[in-house]
Design a binder for this molecule. Structure first.
Ligand code: SAH
Ligand code: SF4
Length: 472
């Protein structure tokens, strides 16, 4: 490859973050180095998302900026990947003369060949080929010297659920699970490279393996739980209809499985759930929530919610608010409904106006905020076991600290809450804290994070193994 430096911009979900890493690894093998500076790059790739209208707008506005940049740098190669690429294909080349190539969600393995062709012949390429029964691409473990503490690992791709509002089955293709051996190999390699936590990714991880009769998800978790050196396991996303009692039991039985589940409900009204094609009722959902809490009392539950689905009445929306009050989520991602190309709900009548959607979203967010704060406040005074990611983000970006503490670290509780913390006596090598489990006494609670002090205490009952204590 002739290109020396590439710049990679990722929009969207964790799946895209993982795909971008896979893209980066493939380009690095060809001798192209990743740069954080757009200006320095001779190859720019934008990995896009189309799940909501806003994400797609974001992609096109960035591409507009790149088009202006290319006017002064004609040799620059620009590629568009991910879900917008899959959805729009050739149309992107027609709409934007500055784009050299478009590659779909199943084309990552073919990317190096595409770039080499463009360099050789200065042609333009579209590869949005999708297989009905796709193989999982070969996953490559990174060789980056700076290992991160926590990594995403894709265990399945695509989705066959066809929720009425959703574009994912069309742009990510058929649901395909990865071989357990390949997943275990990747995780072992990551752990050898310093990774201590993995988040298993899929649109619907709890239907893992169902189609191919592979290891079922709870079994896969049990095997990952045995990997030495790994401290924590997380996964996302779980579809409520596929949440089995075996999976619920895993939260009790597997010591590395973190007690947090993201269990998107989307609406609290059975009428809307039916029109969304979600295949469960509010009552069935609440029953699963109760079982999760009976089995694992400390479990944190988060959710996604869509407001303003076509035909959503005031009474439907009230039921959504009621459900949020009943469940008392630890966190909630709420979105205004937007029409997506090919999603069946585009055809539904009684679209909700933008101002009403905005108003409902705000009402829902305000309600949830109270629960998030309350849940965080309960933790003040307790000692939490934190897996340290590294220095606190604020510190890395040079923002002044309001707390007056010289050095702060950041990590997460087992329930996935962000904690910034300090310690009285600094260890000799501050970097050495990354990847360590530390007992932290929580002193303050905010809406989106907690703050505390590392203490010399045994973390509660040694729930997760491998505790090291660096506190004074
Ligand atoms: N596979 C995951 C979610 C994938 S999309 C699941 O089934 O839960 C992430 C979230 O985006 C969804 O949970 C939903 O809340 C939201 N979303 C998807 N399509 C949307 C649309 N057309 N308008 C608004 N929100 C949408
Ligand atoms: Fe979309 Fe539904 Fe599949 Fe999630 S389960 S990706 S919301 S179709």
């Amino acid at each position: 490859m002739n290109a020396k430096y590439f710049y990679l911009h990722t929009i969207g979900c964790q799946m895209n973050v993982y795909d971008s890493e896979q893209i980066a690894i493939r380009l690095a093998t060809l001798g192209c180095e990743q740069t954080a500076s757009m200006d320095r790059a001779d190859l720019i790739i934008v990995n896009t998302c189309t799940v909501r209208a806003k994400a797609e707008q974001k992609a096109f506005s960035l591409l507009g900026r790149l088009a202006r940049m290319k006017r002064n740098k004609r040799r620059l190669i620009i590629g568009v990947g991910g879900c917008v690429a899959q959805q729009e294909g050739q149309k992107i080349l027609e709409r934007m003369p500055c784009i050299d190539f478009v590659f779909g969600t199943q084309a990552i393995d073919r990317l190096p060949g595409m770039i080499q062709q463009i360099e050789a012949r200065r042609c333009r390429i579209v590869d949005v080929h999708m297989d009905e029964a796709p193989d999982m691409p070969e996953f490559l473990a990174g060789t980056q010297a700076e290992s991160q503490v926590s990594k995403f690992v894709t265990i399945m791709r695509g989705c066959d659920n066809y929720c009425a509002y959703c574009v994912v089955p069309f742009v990510r293709g058929r649901e395909t699970s990865r071989e357990p051996q390949s997943i275990l190999r990747e995780i072992r390699a990551l752990v050898e490279n310093g990774v201590r936590e993995v988040t298993l990714l899929g649109q619907n991880v709890n239907s893992y393996g169902k189609k191919q009769n592979l290891d079922m998800f709870p079994e896969l978790l049990a095997r990952i739980n045995e990997i030495e050196g790994l401290l924590r396991i997380r996964f996302t996303t779980s579809h409520p209809k596929d949440l089995s009692s075996n999976l619920i039991a895993a939260f009790r039985d597997l010591d590395k499985l973190c007690p947090h589940i993201h269990l998107p409900v989307q609406s609290g009204s059975n009428r809307v759930l039916k029109r969304m094609n979600r295949k469960y009722t509010k009552e069935q959902y609440l029953d699963k929530v109760a079982k999760l809490r009976d089995t694992c009392s400390e479990i944190a539950i988060t959710s996604d919610m869509i407001v303003g689905f076509p035909g959503e009445t005031e009474a439907d929306f009230e039921q959504t608010l009621e459900l949020v009050k009943t469940v008392e989520y630890d966190g909630l991602f709420a979105f205004q409904y937007s029409d997506r190309p090919r999603a069946p709900s585009v055809e539904l009548p009684h679209k909700i106006s933008e101002p009403l959607k905005r108003e409902r979203l705000q009402t829902l967010l305000d309600l949830q905020e109270k629960f998030t704060r309350r849940k965080n406040k309960v933790l003040v005074g307790s000692t939490q076991l934190i897996l340290t990611d590294g220095l606190s983000k604020k510190q890395v970006s040079g923002e002044p600290e309001s707390t007056g503490q010289a050095l702060q670290w950041m990590g997460r509780t087992i329930t996935n809450k962000i904690v910034n913390f300090y310690m009285d006596e600094l260890p000799a090598d501050t970097e050495s804290l990354s990847g360590k489990l530390i007992g932290v006494r929580i002193d303050k609670a905010f809406s989106h994070s907690l703050f505390g002090k590392a203490i010399n205490a045994e973390p509660s009952a040694g729930r997760l193994k491998g505790v090291e204590n660096y506190a004074a």
